[in-house]
Design a protein around this ligand. Structure first.
Ligand SMILES: Nc1ncnc2c1ncn2[C@@H]1O[C@H](COP(=O)(O)OP(=O)(O)OP(=O)(O)O)[C@@H](O)[C@H]1O
Length: 274
């Protein structure tokens, strides 16, 4: 079947548009009733407990899954009516699922540079010098240029995450999807990653971003919007300051939570009775 395009509107800044989206598998509803719009200059965080549907939402946005009902437009293309293999190179993805597909013996530089060729790992004897140079720049931007010649399988969790973020940026994507990039990092690694993602978020030339996390402490300053998910449904969505509140978090995680803010960061804990 040929490529059929259907622009959602004249609004070229709209990178994701979901309307009345549900995903079901057998009798299980993974997400339901999702209406969501992401614009080019927005940086979204999607927060919610285990099993809330966060990864499902990200896979829809990454054109890796189709909705059971409702419509999803990604970068102006309607899922189900477009060639996802043309769409996916325009989207940078960093996820545990991707990490699991990288052969452990692949060299870090090759993991990054091969993204430009739509494959994982080295597949050509020679890459263009331009591509290699860009991959090195990205590794430097993530603070791991010194690991370029190392095998992926020998990296720490934090170093793997940074390699995959470099890879996700290699194709100069129009949208960057980050599924729990800080999971498994120690405190220093988390803080370093949050600072680097904050730099990206504040860069007006950076792509639209969607970051999935379980923890408000992992929200980088500069992120503009938030969605809270629970049991496949939206608890709240909108501007980050309106959405990340103690009341909304308590409703999302089913606990009475307190929320503190300092230096544009969020910190949550269970409320202790006075
Ligand atoms: N193929 C499937 N069949 C049945 N249930 C599924 C399937 N895939 C996912 N689920 C269920 O759908 C729910 C949402 O899954 P999803 O991975 O989107 O949640 P999540 O918010 O990313 O969770 P976590 O924070 O634990 O990664 C989970 O309860 C999961 O067990």
């Amino acid at each position: 079947m040929g490529l059929v395009t259907e622009p959602i509107s004249a609004d070229v800044d709209l990178v994701v548009a979901m309307e009345k989206v549900s995903v079901r598998r057998g009798r299980t509803t993974l997400v339901r009733g999702i209406d969501w719009r992401v614009e080019l200059d927005e940086r979204w965080v999607v927060l919610g407990p285990n099993g809330a549907g966060k990864t499902t939402l990200l896979r829809l946005a990454g054109a890796e899954m189709h909705p059971t009902t409702g419509t999803v437009h990604v970068l102006g293309e309607k899922l189900g009516r477009t060639d996802v293999f043309e769409l996916r190179p325009r989207i940078g993805v960093c996820s545990a699922a991707l990490a699991g597909r990288v052969p452990p013996e692949e060299k870090v530089l090759d993991v990054v540079v091969s993204a430009g060729y739509g494959v994982i790992g080295r597949w050509r004897e020679q890459y263009d010098t331009v591509d290699t140079g860009r991959a090195e720049e990205l590794l430097a931007a993530l603070g791991i240029k010194h690991l370029a010649e190392r095998m992926f399988g020998t990296l720490s969790e934090g170093e793997r995450k940074r390699t995959l973020i470099s890879r996700a940026l290699m194709t100069d994507p129009e949208m960057l999807l980050l599924d729990e990039p800080a999971a498994g990092l120690d405190l220093g690694g988390r803080e370093d990653l949050v600072a680097r993602l904050s730099e990206f978020a504040l860069d007006p030339d950076a792509p639209a971003m969607v970051l999935v996390t379980h923890h408000v402490e992992e929200i980088p300053p500069g992120f503009t919007h938030a969605m809270l998910l629970r049991e496949g449904g939206i608890v709240a969505q909108g501007l980050i300051d309106d959405v990340i509140t103690a009341a909304n978090l308590s409703a999302t995680f089913g606990q009475d939570l307190e929320l503190d803010r300092a230096d544009q960061r969020f910190f949550a804990r269970r409320r202790t009775s006075a």
